[in-house]
Structures are given as structure tokens and as C-alpha cells.
Ligand binder design. Structure first.
Ligand code: PGA
Length: 256
């Protein structure tokens, strides 16, 4: 069985010094769970270089929160997947904050997903409906559009490098989280979309995470939910005790 995957999205938090102190604390609290659980830390771009020298790779992998789709060129302010190659294993693409605050559309996101794979890294493609879309009963359509567009530049030989994160927009950073049963439904429809593009095997093997206001208390519900390969965690990943608790719980559930 595939290992569980816990991804910490630190978003735009921590200076270089603060990130280093926090990683130090995390390394003391998080045990080595390598046998059952892969733990990926996604700090801001500026801190990646220094954390890559400090990180205990027996416990953690690193990921970036974004990248541009061109490998190099006149793209002021951007960082490419090529530049991230020696630093990270994963890159979060199409996070709802990128989609909604920075107006990233499905076409750009598809180009980024492809760039990440082209550079030998693994994209974590984020998809999810807004509150209005959910109220209108459009969740399945929205997920279909985001998944099929996001994966449109990926070949069947590459699909096993992709991770999808289901993050309902209304649940991100709000303290409201999706009921595990509803998340299971949504994730099932994501796998159906993958199946129609890449076949049954790919749809069963692709790792799909849940994200959105996951904290220590209800994380366990998602960890045992059908088809959920674990979690993408924002706010709670900034609290060392809570985050270490979620990693420990995952390891415990997977060890039985
Ligand atoms: P949250 O963020 O856990 O703070 O809701 C999740 C995310 O944005 O990935």
C-alpha cells in the first residue's frame, strides 16, 4: 500500500531565522515515520535554501508552494521548477489562494503541472469548489473542470508522479472543515475523472489528499476515510505540537 502523505503548507509565514527555529523544534517533536508516512514541509521560497541544509531528510522532504512554468527567461519575480530541482521533491500547484488572489486559471495551472513533472519533481495539484459553487450543487462539475484541465498536459507515463489535493475553498483557513463523508464523495469523483483520462489503475494509484482547516482533533477521521491518502495542512502545520501529533497519529494508524 502507498504511504500516507502529510503536507505542511506554511504559506507566507516565517522569516529565514524563524523558519530555522521552527524546523529545529519540529525535528525534535516529529519522530521518524518513514516506513508509513511521508512528511513534506512547504516553506516560503526564501527559506528553502537554508532549510534544505538543515532538514533531517530521514524525517522530512521539502516542497515549494508555487513555481512558474517556464524554465528560465525574462519573468521578473518568478522562480522556475528547474531552479527548485535540487531543493525540493514536491511543488504545490493551483492552491486556491493562487487561483483566487493571483487569478491563476486552469490553463496556467496545467502548464505549471507539466513544468514540475518535466523537471523531475512531483506536483501537488490543488482543486476544490467555492462555497457558492457547493451551494449551487456544482461541486462535481468544478472538480471535473479543474482535474481534467490541470492534468491536460500530462501523459499516462507521467500521471504516477502527480498528487491531487482536494481542498474545498470554503474550508481553507476558516475553521470549517468538510465532513469526512463528503470529502470521500468528492475524492471519489476526482478519481473518476482521473480514470476517464488515464484508466482505472492510475485512478486507484494516484494519491489524493484532503485539505481545509484540518487540526489535530478531526484529522483521524480523514486518515481512515476511504480513498484519502492523507492531508494538506495549513494553519495547524504552524503549531509544532499539533502538527507532530497529526504525524504521530498517522503513523500509529498505518502501523496497525
Ligand atoms: P488550512 O489551509 O489548513 O489553514 O485551512 C490548508 C491549505 O490552504 O492548504
Amino acid at each position: 500500500m502507498a504511504k500516507k502523505l502529510i503536507v505542511a503548507n506554511w504559506k507566507m509565514h516565517f522569516t529565514v531565522g524563524e523558519a530555522s527555529l521552527y524546523l529545529h523544534k519540529l525535528q525534535e517533536k516529529v519522530a521518524n515515520t518513514r516506513k508509513t508516512t511521508e512528511v513534506v514541509l512547504c516553506p516560503n521560497m526564501l527559506t528553502l535554501q537554508s532549510l534544505s541544509l538543515q532538514v533531517d531528510r530521514r524525517k522530512f522532504r521539502l516542497g515549494a508552494q508555487n513555481c512558474y512554468f517556464q524554465d528560465e527567461g525574462a519573468f521578473t519575480g518568478e522562480v522556475s521548477a528547474t531552479m527548485l530541482r535540487s531543493l525540493v521533491d514536491y511543488v504545490i500547484i493551483g492552491h486556491s489562494e493562487r487561483r483566487h488572489i493571483f487569478n491563476e486559471d486552469n490553463k496556467l495551472i496545467a502548464q505549471k503541472v507539466q513544468a514540475v513533472v518535466r523537471n523531475g519533481l512531483q506536483p501537488i495539484l490543488c482543486v476544490g469548489e467555492t462555497r457558492q459553487e457547493r451551494a449551487d450543487g456544482d461541486t462535481a462539475h468544478v472538480l471535473h473542470d479543474q482535474v481534467t484541465a490541470g492534468l491536460s498536459n500530462i501523459t499516462s507515463a507521467e500521471i504516477n508522479h502527480v498528487v491531487i489535493a482536494y481542498e474545498p475553498v470554503w474550508a481553507i483557513g476558516t475553521g470549517e472543515f468538510d465532513k469526512a463523508d463528503d470529502a470521500v464523495q468528492a475524492i471519489r469523483s476526482i478519481r473518476k475523472n482521473v480514470e476517464s483520462m488515464f484508466g482505472k489503475k492510475a485512478s486507484q494509484e494516484i494519491r489524493v489528499l484532503y485539505g481545509g482547516s484540518v487540526n489535530g482533533d478531526e484529522a483521524g477521521g480523514y486518515l481512515v476515510a476511504e480513498g484519502v491518502d492523507a492531508l494538506l495542512i495549513g494553519g495547524a502545520s504552524l503549531k509544532a505540537d499539533v502538527f507532530a501529533g497529526i504525524v504521530a497519529r498517522t503513523h500509529e494508524l498505518e502501523s496497525v
